[in-house]
Design a protein around this ligand. Structure first.
Ligand SMILES: [Zn+2]
Length: 245
């Protein structure tokens, strides 16, 4: 879950139609689901952190600070769950990259840091909110070839692609063209956190990736010039219950 900064609203007041915020949100944060990190060229929705379907949050339906972007899977799994801001991590106010660990099989767990800090229950709540903790469903075609239809297997595919890219960069460490091409592949593929994990040993690639995905560097969750993860998030817009990690 990529830390992002949406920054101040482009409007003086609330949105009359929340869908009108989509272009600005995509401009600030890129065309990616805020939760599963998939690239969604279409079918990306303006997501209400505190659900528009719950009466107690009806006043937030047009509020910029309540918006993220979500794919249909994350959005529908989240549904009208009550988001208690101090009980889970959110990518606009916490260093969600620091909280989570990504694995080759597509699974996501609490990072070592989060475990040591006693944050595992909050990580579990964060993953459960949009179903990022769901087990993979192994669906095969008529020849028995596994087809990645769900988010976890698509994340595993991204991991495999990123791992090949890492080997190619390692074989051509001085090739700016190769590095540039890999960053293009990463932004076209999505799954920022997978790419950053795979390239964690290459500070040049880390910086390139942080700068290529809109809103990431602006989050302040990565040190300038070196790209190491910074915790807690500086929560630059002072969002409620932010900077938990
Ligand atoms: Zn998603």
């Amino acid at each position: 879950m990529r830390p992002v900064r949406r920054d101040a609203s482009p409007l003086a007041g609330n949105y009359g139609n929340y869908a009108d915020a989509k272009a600005e949100l995509v401009s600030r944060m890129g065309p990616y689901c805020s939760f599963c990190e998939r690239k969604m060229p279409t079918s990306l929705a303006v997501e209400h952190i505190q659900a528009k379907g719950l009466a107690q949050y009806a006043n937030l339906i047009g509020t910029w600070e309540n918006f993220l972007l979500a794919c249909v899977n994350c959005n529908s799994t989240k549904g009208t769950k009550d988001v208690v801001l101090n009980a889970l991590f959110l990518p606009d106010r916490d260093n969600t990259f620091h909280a989570l660990a990504y694995h080759a099989d597509g699974s996501i767990t609490a990072s070592a840091h989060a475990q040591a800090a006693g944050f595992e229950p909050m990580v579990d709540a964060t993953l459960a909110l949009t179903g990022l903790d769901k087990a993979a469903v192994n669906t095969a075609d008529h020849q028995g070839v596994l087809i990645a239809l769900d988010r976890i297997l698509q994340r595993a595919e991204a991991w495999a692609a990123a791992d090949i890219a890492r080997a190619n960069v390692a074989a051509n460490p001085d090739s700016d063209a190769m590095r540039s091409m890999v960053v293009q592949l990463a932004t076209a593929t999505g799954f920022f956190s997978v790419w950053l994990t795979i390239f964690s040993g290459d500070s040049d690639m880390v910086l390139r990736l942080i700068r290529a995905f809109p809103g990431t560097e602006a989050s302040g969750c990565f040190e300038a010039l070196i790209g190491t993860s910074r915790t807690p998030s500086p929560n630059l817009d002072a969002l409620p219950f932010g900077a938990k990690i």
